[in-house]
Design a protein around this ligand. Structure first.
Ligand code: IPE
Ligand code: IPE
Ligand code: MG
Length: 259
């Protein structure tokens, strides 16, 4: 039991009764691009393009608010079910974003990671992932993490496969598998737990995002379509977060009555 308590990742980042603090790690399910376009009589792809502008504004806002990590859901393992033209456009937009923004972000000291399943990704996207990682690996000002071809269940399955291989090879004993070992085998292994998860568009679901890392996140579902999201919305979300009372299964120290 003690290994569970001592390796619970949330303990490293937040504690009971730390209201008033800004989140270190904000994750966003950027949803509603299609509806934004539809409302204007435009093709869905126009919504995705506008969504990239919202991402730029959000990166700047989080950096200014001294948040350490922003993780965004850009393409899910389930989004392959969309029409090929839309999938192609989403891939093209990722490439364009990196081409246009990577140098500027690098100069600003931003570390950029793209993570998710590598299965089915074309060579140019694999190259892009490497380029972002290698160019910005030493940057410390802020972290932008792009979940691309990401699925929370697939991430856990792959971690289990890697751990099973380590056990089979004799590098790991089954008894030594704990939360920290699981964390180390995730695609998102070097990201802290998510403090605040925001989903735009009004949908009330997680859609297979960061299942492991959101165990104790504060959740916020906003009735804003992603292309309309901006600095003020992020500032408001952070203010609301600061007033949330996080307990992590414990009791606030001020409410403990000694008998
Ligand atoms: C989010 O917007 C972007 C991706 C999922 C890639 P959607 O494209 O899901 O927009 P809606 O939900 O259809 O409005
Ligand atoms: C989640 O949005 C995925 C991304 C934002 C990349 P979806 O629009 O794909 O989720 P569902 O289908 O509404 O659950
Ligand atoms: Mg959607």
């Amino acid at each position: 039991m003690s290994s569970i308590a001592s390796t619970t990742p949330i303990a490293q980042h937040s504690k009971v009764g730390d209201e008033g603090h800004a989140p270190k790690h904000v994750a966003v399910i950027m949803d509603g691009n299609g509806r934004w376009a539809q409302a204007r009589g435009l093709p869905r792809i126009a919504g995705h393009k506008e969504g990239v502008e919202a991402l730029r504004k959000t990166v700047d806002a989080c950096k200014a608010l001294a948040i350490e990590h922003l993780t965004v859901f850009s393409f899910s393992t389930e989004n392959w079910r969309r029409p090929k033209a839309e999938v192609d456009a989403l891939f093209a937009l990722l490439k364009l974003f990196v081409k246009k923004d990577l140098n500027r972000l690098h100069k600003e000291g931003v570390r950029v990671r793209i993570f998710g399943s590598l299965d089915g990704l074309p060579a140019d996207i694999l190259k892009l992932i490497d380029e972002c990682e290698s160019k910005t690996a030493q940057n410390k000002v802020f972290n932008v993490n792009i979940a691309f071809n990401y699925g929370g269940r697939a991430e856990i399955v792959e971690a289990a496969q890697k751990i099973a291989a380590d056990v089979q090879a004799g590098r790991l004993s089954p008894e030594s598998i704990d939360e920290s070992i699981m964390q180390q085998h995730m695609w998102s292994s070097d990201l802290p737990d998510v403090d605040l998860l925001i989903r735009t568009s009004g949908e009330l679901r997680i859609s297979n995002f960061l299942l492991w890392g959101i165990a104790y996140s504060e959740l916020m579902f906003l009735d804003i379509l992603w292309p309309d999201f901006g600095k003020v919305d992020m500032e408001r979300a952070i203010d609301v977060f600061k007033n949330r009372n996080r307990r992590f299964g414990g009791v606030e120290p001020s409410k403990v009555i000694e008998s």
